[in-house]
Each structure stands twice: as structure tokens, then as C-alpha cells.
Design a protein around this ligand. Structure first.
Ligand code: 9MR
Length: 550
């Protein structure tokens, strides 16, 4: 038993726990010994001076097939004093972590700022960007059409965020990201919470979430062709090497490429939502967004099956054969803004054909439709629709809870694939959104429990957001982080996380184990587990915004 204690691992949120949220951690023991050996063992919460402030017993939690560990859970939810603490079990101690609400707001701001650092075509000034300042490059204001398009002339596709660790800009992934971020704005407005997290363009970072969203939307508007269709992506001719944007500019040309039904509908959904979000602060911009959204929707009706560009020389594919979910998203968002009956007529069929998923991603976007209807407000004639949407999403949140209860690490995922952290954040965001109207506290705690996995309570002991804790990634697969000459990566970036498909084996990464739960490594070469991307960061950012004062 004493020997066994040497080999235990304490798995906890490395950044912190919220004052009024559940506070649980795990003790993991490699399978092999007496399965219940640690049941009833004492754990202590000790303050920064090493003085115990809370004591309780561990309970058996279960076996994690994906790591071969037996897990025990410790619970100190009832301890509510803000401060810095460690967990002590036998002679093992965790690092210091916080009990506070402040860290949630701090991480939220750091995430928002990471979108600022993803900006293209703009100088990042030292006063704002500090050691990560960089000159304006990748202006993208006179792009040629990709040779496969056989179209003459140039196009202005200036601005927007880099997608990830690469230098591509993609409408379908930018769209789900910006839409996810807008959900936080919508809901914060509707909850009328003013809590130091500003959604107005004056903010201590100094950029607000709304500013960042606007930056991406301005790029979106430039991506709309004269006929209403929307280009798919801006792509370098070839994959960029690990160099700064300014050097990439010298090395090669970038092109505009597309259009497709998915990119056009994605645009329509995001810009209809922008109408809602900007109506109060900039009605003129809001009106422009809605008009652009309508034109895009009409183009998609006229061109319902235009495929994505299959060219992946220089950028990702984001190929998606199903457009029904994008149609639903666009119609639901547009209906909310226009109350147009021709849209309403189609919604029941859309709902039947596109049941909600546990979360959303660039391929499956229907939850944005469901959430639009559930949040409303909708006109009296659509009250039943809203009720149906809320019920369906509540069932989804229940399913997430059930999956979490059956998993020893408390997550609702069943396979670790590319971007698993983004998937977890999206599931958690679903729960937090459902909480906003149901007020069922279980959903909020369930969201927090999943977030613990992202901030360190996982089998590889990593807090997956750069700069968030002692264990955060130092070598993300991110061209700027690698080549800017700054040792620390840009803060506030969420890496993809465990991915047991390990598509990067050819680069010889050093994964810590063969089981699925060890499919992460903090190495630059690991594009399959250690890249960052806006669509993974967006749900985490919105989740932090919603958890910041329940
Ligand atoms: O997030 C995408 C993931 O779902 C796909 O499996 C993967 C392979 O096609 O691509 C991911 O997206 C990448 C995109 O293609 C290019 N920019 C970086 C994205 C994150 O890795």
C-alpha cells in the first residue's frame, strides 16, 4: 500500500475551481493492484503555507479503459474560501491552484486576446501585443483567383483570423467560430450581466470580444462575390514552412478559392446572427450584415449543391457533403431576424431531418439552428417551435450528463479524435446554454466538470491552454509561435488535445503511451494533437464567458 502511494497521480484542474462550483479531483492508480485499495483514503486540501484546511475521504470512481487506470474521486465542493491551495494524498502533493472566480474571467480575457493575435493583415503594435508584436503582412487585398478557378482579376479578401497553426483563412471554420463567440454576446446581453467582462469596444486588453468578432465579420463581408455566393477560403499556393507571415509573404503567393453551398450558407447563418448582436451598438453595420446574409441564402437556394474546392495543396479541406444542417442554421438565424414566413414553413422539416448533436463543429452545424430557435426571441406564431427546440436541447444536455457519469474522467466524449478538446468544449457549451433557460444547476456543474479536463484533470497532466498553468503547452504546432523568437507561446490558445488517430506518426512524435488516453504530446511536429485552432478556442471562450458569474 505505501509503495502504491508512490505511484499515484493526482488529477485536478491546474488553474483552479470556481467558488460556487463543484470541486472534484481524481487519484489515478495504474491497474494491477487491489482495485479498491484507495477507497476511504484520506485527502487534504492544504493552503499555501501547508496548513490543512479541509479533509475528506476518496471514493472509488471507476476504471478508465483508455488509460488502464483506476480512478478515485475526492470532493471539496463545500470548501468555498478563495485562495491558493494544494491537494495532498499520502506523501503526494499537487501544485498550487486557485479557488476563485477571478481566474475564469482572466482565462476568458486571455482567450479573447488570442483571437487578436490570430489577426491577419494588420500590424500588431508593441503597445498592445507586447513581445508578440509583428508587422502587417498577408494583406490579401489584391488576391488572384486560384488557377483552378479560371477567373481573371483580383479580389480584396483583407483581414480575418488565421485559422489555426497554418496561414489559411476558411469561411466554414471561421463561421462556426464567430457564431459560437456571438452566442456568448447574445446570451450575456439577454442575461443582462455586467460583470467586468465588457462586450463594448473599450476594454482593458484593449480589445473586446465584440471587436474581435467584428474584425472577422468585416473579412466575411469581403468574401461575398457580386452574385451573393461566398468564396470558400484564402489559401497559400503551398503549405507554408515554419516561418513568420512576413517571410511567407516573400516566399509565395496566396489565392482566393471557392465558392460552395456550405461556405455560402455558413456565411448566411453567421451574418444573420451578427444582425442581432450588433443591432444595439451599430445598427447600420447590423443592417448591412442582414442584407448580405439574405443574398447569400438566396444564392444557396439557387445553387444547393456546389461542392467545396477539393484542392488541399497549401490549406485544409474542410470538405462536407451534407448541406441540410447548414440550410437549417441559416434559415433559423434568418427567421429570428426577419420573421419571414417562407422560412418558418421549412423549419419543422429542418428540425426533423437534423436532430441536435451533443455539440457543433464545422461539419455538423445544426445546433446553431436549434440554439437560435431555443434562445429566440421568436414571434407568437413560433412559440411551439421554441418549446420544441428547448426540449430537444434539454434532452441533449441530459445525454451529455449521462455520458459524463459513465466516464471516470467525467467527460462526454467516447473517442479521442482530432480536436478532442474543441469537442469537449462544445459539449460543455451546450450544457451551459441549456442552463440559461432551464436553470438546472446540474447542467452548469456538468459544463464545469468537462472544463476541468481541459485545464489539467486529464491523463497527460497538461492544462491545454497556452500560458494558463505550469503544465501548459510550450511547443504548439503554430507557425507564429514557433518562429517569432519568443520563448513562451502566445497565451490563450487551446491545443487540439488527445487524438488517438495519430495522423502525424510519420513525423515521429513522442506520445507518452500507446493507449488512447495518452495520445497527446507537446511537440511542434504533432499537428494531430498539438495544433491550435479558432474553432476549438471559440467554444471554450464562450463557455468561460457563461461560467463567469452563473
Ligand atoms: O479540425 C479539422 C479536423 O476536424 C480534420 O480532421 C483535420 C484533417 O482534415 O483538419 C482539421 O482542420 C485543420 C484545417 O484543415 C487546416 N487548418 C488547421 C486545422 C486544425 O488542425
Amino acid at each position: 500500500m505505501e509503495n502504491e502511494k508512490e505511484s499515484i497521480r493526482i488529477r485536478y484542474n491546474h488553474v483552479g475551481y470556481g467558488v460556487d462550483f463543484s470541486k472534484t479531483f481524481f487519484v489515478a492508480v495504474l491497474e494491477g493492484g487491489n482495485e479498491h485499495a484507495f477507497e476511504g483514503e484520506i485527502f487534504e486540501l492544504v493552503n499555501s503555507l501547508g496548513k490543512p484546511v479541509f479533509t475528506d475521504k476518496l471514493s472509488y470512481c471507476g476504471k478508465a479503459e483508455y488509460t488502464g487506470e483506476i480512478l478515485y474521486v475526492g470532493n471539496f465542493t463545500e470548501y468555498r474560501h478563495p485562495g491558493k491551495y494544494r491537494i495532498r494524498v499520502g506523501n503526494q502533493e499537487s501544485h498550487l491552484f486557485e479557488i476563485s472566480d477571478e481566474w475564469i474571467s482572466r482565462q476568458f480575457k486571455s482567450n479573447v486576446k488570442s483571437f487578436y493575435y490570430q489577426r491577419t493583415g494588420e500590424e500588431l503594435d508593441k503597445a498592445l501585443a507586447g513581445k508578440w508584436a509583428r508587422p502587417a503582412s498577408h494583406m490579401d487585398d489584391k488576391l488572384e483567383f486560384h488557377p483552378t478557378m479560371n477567373r481573371k482579376g483580383v479580389w480584396n479578401a483583407h483581414g480575418g483570423w488565421y485559422d489555426a497553426g497554418d496561414y489559411g483563412k476558411y469561411i466554414v471554420n471561421g463561421g462556426v467560430s464567430v457564431a459560437t463567440l456571438m452566442l456568448a454576446c447574445e446570451m450575456k446581453y439577454s442575461l443582462e450581466v455586467v460583470d467586468g467582462v465588457d462586450f463594448v469596444p473599450s476594454f482593458e486588453q484593449p480589445f473586446s470580444l465584440l471587436d474581435e468578432i467584428r474584425f472577422e465579420l468585416e473579412f466575411f463581408l469581403r468574401m461575398q462575390d457580386d452574385d451573393g455566393g461566398v468564396f470558400f477560403k484564402v489559401t497559400p499556393g503551398h503549405w507554408d514552412g515554419f516561418m513568420m507571415p512576413a517571410d511567407s509573404d516573400v516566399m509565395q503567393k496566396r489565392f482566393i478559392l471557392g465558392k460552395s453551398t456550405t461556405s455560402t450558407l455558413n456565411f448566411a447563418g453567421a451574418l444573420a446572427q451578427a444582425h442581432r448582436v450588433f443591432a444595439a451598438t451599430d445598427p447600420q453595420f447590423a443592417t448591412r450584415c442582414l442584407a448580405a446574409s439574405r443574398r447569400a441564402y438566396q444564392w444557396a437556394l439557387d445553387n444547393p449543391s456546389v461542392e467545396w474546392p477539393h484542392n488541399t495543396e497549401g490549406s485544409g479541406g474542410y470538405g462536407d457533403e451534407h448541406v441540410e444542417d447548414e440550410f437549417f442554421w441559416a434559415r433559423a438565424m434568418l427567421y429570428r431576424e426577419t420573421c419571414d414566413e417562407t422560412l418558418l414553413e421549412k423549419l419543422p422539416h429542418d428540425m426533423e431531418m437534423n436532430p441536435p448533436k451533443l455539440g457543433l463543429d464545422w461539419r455538423d452545424t445544426q445546433n446553431l439552428g436549434w440554439i437560435a430557435l431555443a434562445l429566440g426571441p421568436l414571434p407568437p406564431c413560433a412559440q411551439e417551435l421554441q418549446k420544441t427546440a428547448r426540449n430537444a436541447l434539454e434532452k441533449t444536455a441530459d445525454e451529455i450528463l449521462r455520458l459524463q457519469r459513465d466516464d471516470p474522467y467525467g467527460i462526454s466524449l467516447r473517442r479521442f479524435i482530432w480536436g478532442s478538446n474543441g469537442i469537449i468544449a462544445n459539449h460543455a457549451l451546450t450544457s451551459a446554454i441549456v442552463y440559461s433557460w432551464s436553470k438546472n444547476r446540474e447542467y452548469l456543474d456538468s459544463a464545469f466538470e468537462q472544463m476541468n479536463f481541459i485545464y489539467g484533470r486529464n491523463p497527460v497532466d497538461v492544462s491545454f491552454v497556452t500560458g494558463s498553468a505550469w503544465s501548459s503547452p510550450m511547443h504548439p504546432h503554430h507557425r507564429i509561435c514557433h518562429s517569432d523568437g519568443v520563448e513562451e507561446p502566445i497565451p490563450g490558445l487551446l491545443v487540439g488535445g488527445l487524438n488517438n488517430d495519430r495522423q502525424d506518426m510519420i513525423r515521429k512524435p513522442h506520445y507518452p503511451g500507446d493507449l488512447p488516453g495518452f495520445a497527446y504530446t507537446d511537440e511542434r511536429c504533432s499537428f494531430a494533437s498539438n495544433e491550435t485552432a479558432i474553432n476549438w478556442n471559440a467554444p471554450l471562450t464562450s463557455l468561460l464567458a457563461l461560467l463567469n458569474q452563473p
